[in-house]
Ligand binder design. Sequence first.
Ligand code: CTP
Length: 425
Amino acid sequence: MKDYLNKLPKEILDLIYLARDIAAESGMRVYLVGGFVRDLILGVNNLDLDIVAETDGIAFAEKFAHALKAKLIRHRRFGTATVMHRPHLKIDFATARKEFYPAPGHLPVVESGTLKDDHFRRDFTINAMAIDITAGNFGKLMDFYGGTNDLKNKSIRILHDLSFLDDPTRILRAIRFEARYNFHIEPNTLKKMKEAIRIKMLDQVEPQRVRDDLILMLKEKRPLKEIARMKELTGFSFINPKLKVSNRVIGFLKALEKEIVWFEKSQPLRRQIDSWLIYFLGIIDDCSLNVSQEICRKFVFKKGEEKRIIAYKRIGKNFVLRLSKKGLKPSFIFSMLEPISYEVILALKAKHKNSELQKHISDFFEIYNGMKICVSGEDLHGLGLKPGPHYQKIFAAVLNAKLNGAVKNREQELDLIIQKLKEKR
Ligand code: CTP
């Protein structure tokens, strides 16, 4: 394992050495665990360090954060903590623990335990390996349940038969890892998974937990494979009892993916879109506004997420017709699309194949959105105008003129303002 560790970027290796040194000072045994170890063996980049300490993970995290002068976020309910080191490096800490599930799908009762106990409570063997980073044992792989072998055989395997009943969100995780690494769910795991699906275990879980795993799934790169596997294995009634994803919807999801790819390639400088939300709009495409509202309430989406989902559902035929007309002025197209989120606009582009609408949306992204005017508040002040809300109105009028090609440079913008002021007098 030492060889694997040595291949890591220096920045990560330094953090691991720091953990080793703090472990030595505090007399704790400390391990790298979870997805980080899985991806290290697979040779996949993973910047989320997951550290487990035998005895007291939080005390260890406190020392680690102190040494790094980094912020520590404690999750008291779970006895875990996270250190954010630079924007892209996350380090999670936990105490090695045993878990008992008081009832299927409920959160576990937790007790401290050994590393072996800690691994037995995990989802799959490929996620249940550790690398000891305690001095003296540094770099030793701890694989109690055959994770290395399963990685070699590309197998997703639960550690015990009750795994999906203990935590039904593992159904979604299995599908996610299967598609991500092109692995297979081994027969007994698939059997237990299907049993849990048959008795609707996903309905027993707190909806927010299902939502989080569903979002993680939709955040995978091009998740159509995952969605198709969901359709085959679980269906989508856990989102809403009436929800079915028909073959037509699968076709729509493909069209959505095309638009996402188009946006990512042609608009590299724009803000990143929440592509998961666009796929979600696809999945619930057959749901009415009312049902979509129910789903948003059930899953407690963030305000901004719910707003975009509902905005898409509220767009009526009239809006689409107006945007599909020939000869529209750029300023009109801008006024229609500017208040709408990118995610909703892309979904509209995937849904309505009218060539005018397609062109208007492309023009919006490629030309209109992001067009800047040259005049500033200082210019208006220079023209003797006192600052106030009318400044915004003037800027909007100049922008409209610029969108329509009526003004092209700073002089023409200023001329337009002067002319408008004269007309007002
Ligand atoms: N885990 C689990 N059961 C879950 C969620 C997580 O057993 N329902 C365990 C697994 O050992 C997993 C680890 O917690 O490896 C960390 O979880 P998480 O960060 O969610 O997943 P990763 O395995 O790191 O996957 P990803 O690469 O998607 O982040």
